[in-house]
Design a protein around this ligand. Structure first.
Ligand code: SF4
Ligand code: MG
Length: 311
């Protein structure tokens, strides 16, 4: 989106700087080994951008993404342990390639295996994701959505990642299939010691999977909390509003109903606390001053003036 915006700005001779969209702004947090961190928020809040920054697919204009303490961009080889799993695996599976090549190509190119080992290697990966190894001779169109999701996971696992960023990885699947694929993610975490950042607009999915949740609103972090604490006692008014929508979620329509008011454009975010035009607790200060993300209890952070004693 940013690239397109830049192109348009160049075409019309506009000042790109003046039109910079801060898709992610002043976001800082750590993910620990073996953790599953859920990243939630409405569409356009910067979740996917943050996921792509985490994988090294985007480079931040300011600040640093570190992996095991080292800046990501100075270690191109380090990107292999970080893999991104997309929402729609079909769009990223080459229709003319057999599963054998889709899954086997990257580890061969990276020198993890040689040509003679590819078939056995892919067979093992397919078993690991719950697919029949003989499927490796087939093409993507011969599979169901759930099977394609598993192929996408096998492809990511093929380069021996340590950290998976899953961006709406089950959103395109039927609910019953979603549950199976989510269980596969959890089994893989236990078996392979994986760490996840699980990006989803679906709070049910995030609650099921995550140890910790990061709530984003218009490019900023609103709240970070251990999952059960967040759901039991949300601190930030935005989180509270999100959770209030949960009872309306039924099995066929699991996306949450938007909170009152429209999501403001990221091109012109509201002043002060970005959430103030929609916040039931907003005061005059909220329109003027950006609330800092501060620790409200051990392991819990929230960016709301209500937590500030001088408010
Ligand atoms: Fe609401 Fe103000 Fe808190 Fe923002 S800082 S969430 S507007 S109370
Ligand atoms: Mg997205």
């Amino acid at each position: 989106k940013l690239d397109i915006f830049e192109k348009i700005a160049r075409t019309i001779g506009a000042d790109i700087q003046a039109h910079t969209v801060h898709a992610v702004d002043h976001v800082s947090f750590s993910i620990h080994d073996g953790e599953v961190v859920g990243l939630v928020g409405e569409s356009g809040c910067g979740k996917s951008t943050l996921g792509r920054l985490g994988c090294g697919l985007h480079t931040p204009t300011e600040g640093t993404v570190r992996y095991r303490g080292l800046p990501l961009e100075t270690h191109s080889g380090i990107r292999r342990p970080i893999q991104l799993i997309f929402q729609d695996p079909f769009a990223s599976l080459n229709p003319r390639m057999r599963v054998l090549d889709i899954v086997g190509e990257a580890p061969r190119v990276h020198g993890l295996i040689d040509r003679a080992e590819v078939s056995d290697y892919v067979a093992n990966l397919l078993k690991q994701v719950g697919l029949d190894p003989t499927y490796m001779q087939r093409y993507p169109h011969q599979f169901s959505g759930g099977q394609r999701a598993r192929i996408g996971i096998a492809r990511a696992l093929a380069v021996k990642p340590e950290f998976l960023v899953c961006d709406e990885a089950v959103a395109a699947l039927d609910v019953s299939i979603q549950a199976q694929v989510l269980n596969l993610f959890m089994d893989l975490r236990d078996d392979l010691g994986l760490t996840y950042m699980f990006i989803s607009h679906d709070l049910g999915v995030v609650r099921h999977l995550s140890n910790r949740v990061v709530v984003m609103y218009l490019g900023r972090v609103a709240e970070i909390a251990p999952t059960e604490e967040l759901f039991a006692e949300p601190n930030h008014p935005y989180t509270q509003a999100l959770l209030q929508e949960i009872p309306r979620i039924d099995r066929t329509h699991r996306t949450f109903v938007p909170i009152r008011g429209e999501i403001p454009s990221p091109l012109a975010p509201p002043s002060g606390c970005h959430f103030h035009p929609r916040c039931p607790s907003a005061t005059a200060r909220c329109a003027q001053e950006v609330p800092m993300l501060r620790e409200i209890s051990p392991g819990r952070l929230s960016a709301c003036h209500l937590n500030d004693p001088i408010a």
